[in-house]
Design a protein around this ligand. Structure first.
Ligand code: DI6
Ligand code: FE
Length: 408
């Protein structure tokens, strides 16, 4: 009997292991898979004397961990292309929101859509991402804003995970914005989430984490803290949309709750960075929203780096502020707009993205014992993943060792 199911040879390997220099590169390497797990990897001239059921040459291409999109709003009704035109004509995001557009127009379209329709739209986007090497994605609710519609969104997220073969982590983001029914009464809406929605979500196992939007146009720190206490009491980890449009102390708040991640962070202060470093909270940077909003305040990348805060990068794919359906393009933007190195960009969509989802033990790097989620690239070097804008050098994606052979 074969020891291994698959042996990949004639490959360069970017393991992306923490603490390794230079992408954790193994030149002229090989990698063996058994039972969906990485069984061995190393230089080709040190392959142990084991039998493989199948041996496959990668033809001098590169292996990296499969990509992980750790922040997306992939499930939504409608789109906001018309609003995009308005914004180009000079109307601001806040003005559109105040006039009942913005998030609320997507809320209406999402409430009106049936689950199958939401599923089809999100599956289409999921397949686009998978064709680029994504094997794990986080999908948030947050466009339902009532009990039934938030549950509907999370159920669609779970269905996507069951049907697609990708790992889908769902996040309850009911505290995304104040729904029209609770205008001027955000406290009562937070109570509804805590008392009615969250217990049902937990009972039915529909979410892996709880998120909130801490911002002057959404929820304040006191309201978020109440929600987070309830989430943690029910056993769910938390993450936070923090300091995107102003410094609302979001990074400190996320750190206080040992959040998995604090996301956006354009306006985060030095004390916020320190707090995140101490709590081990991952910084998730979202250059698609920064670009789309014409933001000029950049997240404090140097401070995050110097403080040793893990930095992840994600699409934030949503119809309003980041209609970005490409992790590779997010890497191109992360390097150009935020000054991340190409190696940091790759770590940000593999190792540190896994940490932002609480999956660091099993995903995000190529190491023996981890799940064999592997992207195979037709590239001379993985730095090119941040360099090229457009084009897709993926030659294959393995999920738990199985080839997904994405069609181009
Ligand atoms: N931050 C964002 O940029 C998006 N959500 C969030 O919390 C905006 C979502 C939208 O405008 O639909
Ligand atoms: Fe977001």
């Amino acid at each position: 009997m074969a020891d291994w199911d698959l042996l990949l040879t004639d490959a360069h390997v970017a393991t992306m292991q923490a603490g390794e220099a230079d992408y954790g590169t193994i030149e002229n390497g090989a990698l063996a898979v058994a039972g969906g797990t990485i069984a061995w990897l190393g230089p080709a001239d040190q392959i142990p004397d084991s039998a493989a059921a199948e041996t496959r040459s990668v033809g001098g291409g590169w292996l990296t961990p499969a990509l992980i999109d750790c922040h997306s709003h992939l499930v939504f009704g409608g789109d906001r292309a018309a609003e995009f035109e308005q914004r180009l004509a000079g109307v601001s995001y806040q003005e559109i929101a105040a006039a009942g557009g913005g998030i609320l127009s997507t809320v209406n379209a999402t409430r009106d859509a049936d689950a199958d329709h939401l599923y089809d739209g999100a599956l289409h986007r999921l397949q686009i991402l998978a064709r680029e090497g994504v094997a794990t994605i986080e999908i948030k609710s947050g466009y339902g804003l009532d009990v039934a519609s938030e549950l509907k969104m999370l159920e669609v997220g779970r269905r996507l995970g069951d049907a697609s073969g990708l790992t889908v982590r769902t996040t309850l983001l009911a505290a995304h914005t104040v729904p029209p029914e609770f205008k001027n009464n955000a406290d009562a809406y937070i109570d509804l989430i805590c008392d009615e929605l969250l217990p049902q979500v937990v009972d039915r196992g529909l979410a892996d984490a709880v998120d909130a939007y801490c911002e002057s146009i959404a929820f304040d720190a006191v309201q978020v803290a109440k929600l987070f206490r309830q989430a943690q009491a029910l056993g769910l980890p938390v993450k936070l949309h923090a300091d995107q449009l102003s410094d609302g102390g979001g990074a400190e708040l996320a750190a206080h709750f040992n959040a998995l991640s604090a996301d956006h962070l354009e306006y985060t202060s030095e004390s916020g960075v320190r707090a995140m470093a101490e709590s081990g909270t991952v910084a998730v940077l979202l250059p698609g929203a920064y670009l789309t909003l014409n933001e000029t305040q950049k997240p404090p990348v140097k401070k995050l780096r110097n403080a040793g805060v893990p930095i992840a990068l994600a699409t934030d794919c949503n119809p309003g502020t980041s209609p970005l359906c490409s992790v590779q393009f997010a890497m191109g933007l992360g390097s150009r707009l935020f000054g991340l190195t190409p190696e940091e960009c790759l770590a940000g969509v593999t190792r540190d993205a896994a940490r932002a989802l609480g999956l660091g033990d099993n995903r995000g790097t190529l190491e023996a014992g981890k799940r064999a989620d592997i992207a195979i690239w037709d590239l001379d070097h993985p730095r090119e993943l941040s360099y090229w804008l457009g084009g897709n050098p993926l030659s294959d994606l393995l999920i738990a060792g199985q080839s997904v052979s994405p069609p181009h």
